[in-house]
Design a protein around this ligand. Sequence first.
Ligand SMILES: [Zn+2]
Length: 189
Amino acid sequence: MIKIDVLVIGKLRREEGVILEAHSTSTLITVDDTKIVVDTSTKEMRELLLHSLDGLGTSPEDIDIVVNTHLHGDHTSNNELFRNARFLAHADECPGEGYEIVQGEMDILPGVRLIHTPGHSRGSMSVVVEADRRYVITGDAMPLEDNYRKWVPPGLHYDAGLALSSMRRIVDLADVIVPGHDAPFNPDR
Ligand SMILES: [Zn+2]
């Protein structure tokens, strides 16, 4: 059985184009006995992250795998809590020591797939999870529900066209989108 719990709902506060506050969403995927955390948010969110894990009867030591959708600091700043985990990041993020490098796309476990969704950063990945419905945990390939509603690429991107085609792919796959800095939502069908 596969279950999804959002540990931290991300935030992004911008004024006149300047980012004032950015904390990523952090999500727990439980596949039978295996626990996967996708993105670890920021130090400011640490207590909330620990509180959420505690509320689910688990702790950072119990996490088997951490997936960083990409390596911006607002998605990785609690990585150090997960002492027993393997860490996964995409090759195009040039991950340093301690990471298992994802080339292309792969299944981590049956029902949990990493797909390459570049545009925000070169190695941005999304995680496709076949739980009660199909969830796509997007990192900053889709930072906010607004990116979907207004159909605009992430404010920070190196290739707008690529970012939009990654968003298209996400929307085509997802029953539920778990964005990088926002609450989960259902794209229209
Ligand atoms: Zn980012």
